[in-house]
Design a protein around this ligand. Structure first.
Ligand SMILES: C[S@@+](CC[C@H](N)C(=O)[O-])C[C@H]1O[C@@H](n2cnc3c(N)ncnc32)[C@H](O)[C@@H]1O
Length: 357
């Protein structure tokens, strides 16, 4: 039953049209919060809407209304409690891990759960390749490798555990409550480090580390300064799409030769595959050929004519990444572009993966 169905006897047709058709739920079967956007025309009805949500979902103990866009360095937003418990701390389950958080104090988005798993899968694929190549993942691969990779992927869990003994080093800038580092460690056995500036997020990150019996190294601070002591990482993840581009120098410093950066950004949905075409065959073979195929499939092939303001297109972002890496005295190649989520008219959140040599 939809929210509209629930309210059918209490609102008129015009009001029903303005009822939000979807809302976000964060939490567990025991306790969750719902986040709704209520249009101005329905302000007087918001209590009614919130009570209907709680009546239908018994686990929802608080209903919050979005009162601002995300902002500030912590990337949080203002909420107003419409109904229910003012204690909005919940335990959210994702990919078999538990995350304690208060959405009023920290950034967290369940919509990014698929993306966290994608990164864990990339690291897992790399471990499988290490096993095949005796740790020489930077070497060229031939088509035989694909068959062997597929074969290995289907082997028993015992053998999969075996490959996780070769730990990867993964650094997560802007780590929030620790979802990326903890899921990656649990799925791949990687040695993870997370840097985060919000002290409340750090407190939850520490608690989540304990809750999941994870061993992430937790660094409280600004990536701009804190990065200096971290070197030779296999992967650096940059989940701050508004300004990841300002941290390219820090990424270059932390990555080992042949290491991969996963950078999130907002970009126009433009007609381009140029960024990938610039990638040499040699670089493409750096990732599994399977992954390269995903890259080609997931890059956008068609554009739209919608207004896009100042949001850059993918080509200018990839050009800037290459320039900024070159300014550090190193080189990079774009190996994968993943469309992550729609963000606005003609605008998407993308992940750009590049290897730094
Ligand atoms: C978009 S959120 C991503 C959080 C987390 N990675 C996740 O997936 O839920 C960005 C996070 O980066 C943190 N942040 C922003 N600027 C930072 C900086 N210069 N240094 C460290 N952390 C920063 C914010 O506090 C926020 O928690």
């Amino acid at each position: 039953m939809t929210l509209k169905d629930l309210l059918r006897n209490q609102l008129n047709e015009k009001e029903l049209d303005s009822v939000p058709s979807a809302f976000e739920i964060i939490g567990s079967k025991e306790k969750a919060v719902a986040i709704v956007e209520i249009p101005d025309s329905m302000k007087k009805r918001k209590k009614l809407i919130a009570n209907a949500i709680m009546a239908h979902h018994k686990n929802i103990k608080s209903v919050l209304e979005k009162k601002s866009a995300r902002g500030g360095i912590f990337r949080t937003r203002k909420y107003r409690l419409i109904a229910g418990d003012k204690n909005t701390i919940v335990m959210h389950k994702e990919s078999g891990c538990l995350f304690k958080l208060d959405i009023r104090k920290v950034y967290f988005s369940p919509r990014e759960g698929t993306e966290r798993l994608r990164i864990a899968d990339i690291i897992m694929a790399e471990l499988l390749e290490d096993k095949l190549t005796g740790g020489k993942t930077t070497e060229l691969r031939n088509s035989e490798t694909i068959d062997k990779t597929a074969e290995l992927q289907s082997k028993s869990e015992h053998e999969t555990r075996d490959i996780t003994e070769h730990k990867k080093k993964v650094l997560v800038f802007f780590a929030g409550i620790g979802a990326f580092p903890i899921i990656i460690e649990k799925k791949t056995g990687a040695q993870t480090t997370g840097i985060e500036i919000n002290p409340v997020a750090i407190k939850f990150f520490r608690e989540n580390n304990r809750l999941n019996k994870a061993n992430a190294l937790i660094i409280k601070g600004d990536v701009k300064k804190a990065y200096k002591t971290f070197k030779d990482y296999d992967h650096v993840i940059m989940p701050l799409p508004e300004s990841s581009m300002k941290f390219i120098k820090q990424t270059a410093h932390c990555l080992k030769k042949g290491g991969i950066c996963h950078l999130y950004c907002f970009a126009k949905d433009n007609k381009t595959t140029k960024s990938l075409r610039r990638t040499t065959q040699n670089d493409l073979t750096r990732m599994t050929i399977l992954q390269s195929r995903i890259a080609i499939d997931s890059i956008t092939k068609s554009g739209t004519d919608l207004a896009r303001g100042k949001i850059p297109d993918l080509d200018s972002i990839t050009t800037n990444i290459m320039k900024d890496i070159e300014n550090t005295g190193r080189k990079c190649s774009i190996i994968h572009i993943q469309k992550v989520l729609p963000w606005g008219p003609g605008i998407y959140k993308y992940r750009i993966d590049f290897i730094v040599s």
